[in-house]
Design a protein around this ligand. Sequence first.
Ligand SMILES: Nc1ncnc2c1ncn2[C@@H]1O[C@H](COP(=O)(O)OP(=O)(O)OP(=O)(O)O)[C@@H](O)[C@H]1O
Length: 294
Amino acid sequence: MLVVRDLNKTIDKQVVLRNVNFKLMPGQVVGVVGRNGTGKTTLFKTMAGVLTPDSGTVEYEGESIYSSPGNKMNIVFIPDSPEALLNYTAMDSAQLFSRVYPFFDRDYFKETLHRLELPHNRKIRQFSKGMRMMFSIALGLSTKAQYILLDEPTNGIDIIANKQITKLLMEAAEEGTTLVISSHMLGELERIADTILLMKDGAIETHSITDATNGAICKFQVVFREEAPTVWLKSPSVHVLDRVGRVYTVLVDTKAQISILEEMGKFNPLLMEPLPMKLEDLFVWKLGGRKHVD
Ligand SMILES: Nc1ncnc2c1ncn2[C@@H]1O[C@H](COP(=O)(O)OP(=O)(O)OP(=O)(O)O)[C@@H](O)[C@H]1O
């Protein structure tokens, strides 16, 4: 188990991580989402021991990775570009990594390069953006580390390669590897992740979509007969996601105000249809404020 406990980190006088706490179990696929600059990459670098926290700790099987650096071998951070390896070929990189990571699997690495149609003996500098990302993922997974932290792994990758990468990741998760994936591709993340951590201003705002909603937040498409009831729409328990004429897509927080759906019914709408709640909706609800529909 990997425990992230009370992590705090300030960079250039800016608080970037605030009391971050969560636990990761073997085989879990965790999505980390949040607006640009909210601290996702900093969190990953701190979890992998690339950065040191100002306070708090990351414990691998009960031991701090900062006081027992050998444990860092079990946590690999895959950046969106392998800057440190640009002057190496894929096979040189494998040699380098196999010296650092005792379980580095060269056969798996070669096979994965082959699957992704990546050349063995060209310098990474000559790779395209998408090829660099695929190479980073292949190298990271080949370490056979228990925890793999992927920073926007499908950024700049075409749809075919995207499917190949997703397949590789799912195979790794099935074998018990824990994947922590930051991404702005919310639909994609929702399909593969079993838990979502939503970050806001360096803190974990919500631990999973079900935690956040507990079934209490419902999504509806509503069409009103006449002018939309402003009082109802302005209620803090109602969040307008979209509006086209008199057709509204709304999130309704029934936990905050139990009677809010009944009140909507009183306006006798032409249509009041429940819709499935998506991660994207939660993202907008929690992080978007109300500005996007005004
Ligand atoms: N080396 C650094 N020097 C100064 N500020 C930094 C540094 N690294 C990160 N920051 C700041 O920390 C904050 C969080 O950055 P981080 O890269 O962790 O965000 P992110 O959530 O990964 O963003 P994105 O989704 O855009 O990739 C930002 O305000 C960023 O400017």
